[in-house]
Structures are given as structure tokens and as C-alpha cells.
Write a protein that binds this ligand. Structure first.
Ligand code: HEC
Length: 132
């Protein structure tokens, strides 16, 4: 202990710096440990948010039941399952392209309607059962 105090007095800046570096490194590790999975695997709240946005914007055309033109069109094309929520083959980039550019009578959705964050949530919801 005594020896350490001596060191401290002789080279205080050096010791301070290495302490800061160690702290920064620990912070970085903490960030990697807890922040990275949030991007790699969406959490439940993200999927819930996506489910709500999907119900509002997509379900009227892509839902289950009668009179869902998106589901009907995909069924007619031979897509099985035709309901988007049951699929496991949709990728985030594909979903985003369809939503931002539209297809057939599916409209283009603007960012003022569906924000990027909402679209991220929708893709998290629609890819939740995909095999990774
Ligand atoms: C007005 C009706 C309508 C709405 C609303 C709608 N879609 Fe569509 N969607 C369609 C139609 C029609 C197709 C094309 C079906 C085909 O290719 O025969 C389609 C196709 C798609 C496809 C491509 C599927 C495939 O296998 O080719 C995706 C993905 C998709 N929609 C996602 C969405 C999402 C996500 C939303 C909500 C943000 C949405 N759609 C809202 C009508 C709609």
C-alpha cells in the first residue's frame, strides 16, 4: 500500500491515465455485452411495437380472413403461407423495399406515415420466427 502511494506521488498523471483507460475499456466491454444483442436479436418490446404497427398499416391487406387483398393476391400467386405474419422466409431488406416502394396495388409508405423506427419494428415482428 505504502509503495503504491509512493508511486502515485511520483507519477500521478501516468497512473490517472491508465485508470481512465481501464475504465474506458470496461465501459466498452459493457457496451458490447449489453448493447450488441439489442441490434442482433430484437427484444420483445420491439416485436410488440412492430405487431401494433403491422395491425394498423398492413393487416387490412395482409391479414387473415376474408377480404384481405394482399393475402388474396399472394395466395393467387401460389405463395404459401399467404399471410405475411406466418412466413419465415421474409428478410428485413425485402420487407423494407416493398414498404418503401410498393408493389402492384400495395402503396408506397412514406416516413411520415411509417417511420424508420416503426419499419424496423415491423421487420423485427415479421422475421421473428425466421431461422437465424
Ligand atoms: C392496399 C393493400 C396493401 C397494404 C396496406 C400493404 N400491402 Fe403489402 N402487398 C400488397 C399486394 C397487393 C402485394 C403483392 C402481392 C403479389 O405480388 O401478388 C403485397 C406484397 C407485399 C410483400 C411481398 C411478399 C412477397 O412474397 O412477394 C411484402 C413483404 C409486403 N407486401 C409487406 C407489407 C407490409 C409490411 C405492409 C404494411 C406496412 C403492407 N405490405 C401493406 C398489398 C398491400
Amino acid at each position: 500500500m505504502r509503495e503504491q502511494e509512493g508511486l502515485c506521488r511520483r507519477a500521478p498523471h501516468k497512473k490517472d491515465n491508465s485508470m481512465n483507460n481501464a475504465r474506458a475499456f470496461l465501459l466498452l466491454l459493457w457496451g458490447l455485452t449489453f448493447a450488441a444483442p439489442a441490434f442482433a436479436a430484437p427484444d420483445e418490446s420491439q416485436i410488440d411495437r412492430g405487431h401494433q404497427a403491422y395491425d394498423k398499416w398492413c393487416f387490412p391487406c395482409h391479414g387473415t380472413g376474408l377480404g384481405k387483398p394482399g393475402t388474396d393476391a399472394l395466395k393467387a400467386r401460389g405463395q404459401n403461407p399467404a399471410v405475411l405474419e406466418e412466413r419465415t422466409d421474409l428478410t428485413a431488406p425485402a420487407i423494407k423495399t416493398f414498404v418503401r416502394h410498393g408493389v402492384l396495388f400495395m402503396p408506397t409508405f412514406r416516413k411520415t406515415e411509417i417511420s424508420d423506427a416503426d419499419l424496423d419494428a415491423i421487420t423485427a415482428y415479421l422475421t421473428r420466427n425466421n431461422k437465424h
